[in-house]
Write a protein that binds this ligand. Structure first.
Ligand SMILES: *[C@@H]1O[C@H](CO)[C@@H](O)[C@H](O)[C@H]1NC(C)=O
Ligand SMILES: *[C@@H]1O[C@H](CO)[C@@H](O)[C@H](O)[C@H]1NC(C)=O
Ligand SMILES: *[C@@H]1O[C@H](CO)[C@@H](O)[C@H](O)[C@H]1NC(C)=O
Ligand SMILES: *[C@@H]1O[C@H](CO)[C@@H](O)[C@H](O)[C@H]1NC(C)=O
Ligand SMILES: *[C@@H]1O[C@H](CO)[C@@H](O)[C@H](O)[C@H]1NC(C)=O
Ligand SMILES: *[C@@H]1O[C@H](CO)[C@@H](O)[C@H](O)[C@H]1NC(C)=O
Ligand SMILES: *[C@@H]1O[C@H](CO)[C@@H](O)[C@H](O)[C@H]1NC(C)=O
Ligand SMILES: *[C@@H]1O[C@H](CO)[C@@H](O)[C@H](O)[C@H]1NC(C)=O
Ligand SMILES: *[C@@H]1O[C@H](CO)[C@@H](O)[C@H](O)[C@H]1NC(C)=O
Length: 489
């Protein structure tokens, strides 16, 4: 395997005396146009300091490479002095002042890099006793080695530091050396009320999360628990590439054979019509480019990611009308994902793990499911996109397995031809790209340390043409439990 690695040293010089420039919460962030040679920012290294510490960060390379470019921009202030809450609950006054130091990287897209970060021992935090390295993933421009571009992406969402969430995080942290991912997509709702305890709750979470957020390039998605002050606190902490144009609410990037489209549907649901239109225009334009024949030949997989979802079936709270209403609320999004042949929509928000049959415009599409073993399946999809819910990171709202009677109700739908994988274990998922037509999706139980289920997903990346649906034309989709209780496997 080609390894164009450049070892670089990030030395953090606390040159401003009488300021607390202790480096905390390092994160390697990716977002808009990651790996696109024409973009002026391909990734961001961010970390927090208590004081402004302007000019505190400099990058030094112990092996110089003129193609590796970076610039330090002014610290972004995370200033809060307000009453915050989530949905009117647990209101508290937050006085919080911190700075995010931003180093924008522009990598040469022909190469991968290894960058090492080393803290200032004087003011080092424990995490800086270790050097972190990251390697920018293999890139789509390298067409000759295309089929070797078997990149692997970690998906995780809805997690805090309650016992199960911590256990999942610890498992992932302990295995960053053996369990290599090329990038990580965080699907929103980190720390559950990050602002509580004057912001310490969120920072404690990110501190525990730091081995991951520096091991893998992190595409961070805001969830509905991050919408305080119109997402401004989240945004100043996660200043993703492309921020100036889209305020982290939507962006897209390509890694290997996958074009990721990130959309914040919670923002879509609460914002004004002109912002909705702007987001839809952006999405249409992005998907039109990504799905044109020439582009798709090189980057065949299109995966949408985000926190909230279009197809939400909540068997545990029968009257969860919010969830049931998503299909209608987000129909314009559904129409675009369907029209341009998006393969999957990977989301969280619901605190469990599900895999749904391909849908387009709220209608079930053709697919073929073959059983390989008790927990491995081959899923060949036609048109439409598969929804994968990975909201089982472990948080304060526990996963509630359905009661026996509820299970029986659902079982009566078994005759219907739809697919419904439903797991209540705490963990994460990953996608491993195999080639132009095959990916593997694995759901992993990090508490019991076992693979829950594996899907070999096959797609010819067909778009579903035809008219956009209006809600009146929608049919209700039915669900089948295929693997009801993974805990028995
Ligand atoms: C670490 O910080 C201290 C205190 O600001 C400073 O005197 C020292 O030069 C720094 N060392 C390095 C290696 O950056
Ligand atoms: C080092 O950290 C301490 C406490 O966190 C702080 O008081 C001090 O000002 C810091 N020194 C520098 C040079 O940042
Ligand atoms: C890279 O960005 C440019 C400018 O936005 C765009 O025209 C081009 O299609 C992008 N290339 C890829 C591979 O996404
Ligand atoms: C971190 O990297 C530097 C430079 O390569 C090295 O001197 C130092 O010993 C490393 N520290 C650890 C804890 O590995
Ligand atoms: C919220 O932020 C968006 C940009 O993300 C902006 O367009 C909108 O006007 C803001 N809304 C309010 C109420 O400030
Ligand atoms: C984004 O805007 C800020 C503030 O206007 C500016 O300092 C920064 O350089 C801009 N970033 C990019 C990548 O254009
Ligand atoms: C759902 O709401 C309906 C109508 O309000 C009510 O009759 C039913 O008992 C509720 N079901 C559950 C499981 O709460
Ligand atoms: C943690 O996970 C275990 C095993 O699934 C479960 O029994 C327990 O209720 C969970 N605890 C919380 C607080 O969700
Ligand atoms: C893609 O991978 C699958 C599964 O390994 C294999 O059966 C298929 O032949 C491969 N297709 C191509 C075009 O390499």
């Amino acid at each position: 395997m080609n390894k164009y690695s450049v070892l670089a040293l990030l030395a953090l010089l606390a040159i401003v005396s009488a300021q607390n420039c202790k480096v905390t919460l390092p994160r390697l962030l990716i977002g808009d146009k990651y790996t696109n040679a024409t973009s002026d920012v391909t990734a961001v290294i961010a970390f927090d300091t208590i004081d402004e510490c302007k000019g505190v960060a400099t990058l030094n390379f112990n092996k110089g490479d003129p193609t590796f470019d970076f610039r330090v921009i002014d610290p972004v202030i995370q200033l809060v002095d307000a009453d915050l809450d989530h949905s009117g609950k647990q209101k508290e006054h937050v006085k919080y002042l911190k700075y995010t130091q931003i180093i924008q990287l522009k990598a040469d897209v022909e190469k991968s890099y290894t960058v090492q970060i080393q803290g200032n021992k004087t003011n080092a935090t424990s995490i800086f006793d270790t050097n972190y390295t990251f390697i920018l993933p293999k890139l789509p421009s390298d067409n000759a080695k295309y089929t070797q571009n078997q990149v692997k992406f970690l998906f995780l969402g809805d997690q805090d530091l309650t016992a199960n969430g911590t256990a999942v995080l610890n498992y992932l942290n302990a295995n960053t050396q053996t369990n290599k991912f090329d990038a990580m997509i965080y699907l929103g709702d980190y720390a559950y009320e990050f602002y509580q305890n004057n912001g310490k709750k969120g920072d404690d979470y990110l501190n525990t999360f730091a081995p991951l957020s520096f091991s893998y390039p992190l595409a961070m998605t805001p969830g509905n628990h991050e919408d305080n002050l119109n997402f401004t606190i989240f945004n100043s902490k996660f200043f993703l590439p492309g921020f100036n144009r889209t305020q982290n609410n939507y962006n897209s990037f390509t890694i290997g054979m996958v074009h990721f489209v990130h959309i914040n549907l919670h923002f879509f649901s609460i914002t004004k019509d002109d912002e909705k239109d702007k987001m839809l225009k952006w999405l249409k334009n992005d998907l039109a480019i990504a799905s044109n024949a020439g582009q798709r030949k090189n980057v065949p997989w299109i995966i949408a990611v985000g926190h909230k979802l279009n197809y939400c079936y909540d068997p545990y709270y029968a009257n969860n009308t919010e969830c049931i209403g998503y299909a209608q609320q987000f129909l314009p999004i559904d129409n675009l994902l369907s029209q341009y042949g998006v393969d999957m929509f990977i989301v969280a928000h619901q605190h469990y793990n599900q895999v749904m049959a391909p849908m387009a415009r709220n209608q079930l599409q053709d697919y073929k499911l073959t059983t390989v073993s008790s927990n491995e399946f081959t899923l060949q999809k036609g048109k439409g996109y598969i929804t994968i819910i990975q909201g089982n990171g472990g948080c304060v709202t526990p996963i509630i397995p359905p009661s026996k009677s509820r299970m029986l109700d659902l079982a009566s739908d078994l005759q219907k031809a739809n697919l419904f994988i439903d797991a209540f274990n705490y963990g994460y998922g990953y996608i491993q790209v195999i080639n132009q037509t095959n990916v593997e999706y694995v759901s992993y139980d990090a508490i019991n340390k076992k693979q829950l289920v594996k899907f070999n997903i096959k797609s010819q990346h067909q778009a579903s043409g035809g008219q956009s649906a209006t809600f009146g034309q929608l049919i209700t989709f039915s669900l089948v439990i295929l693997l009801a209780l993974f805990t028995t496997i």
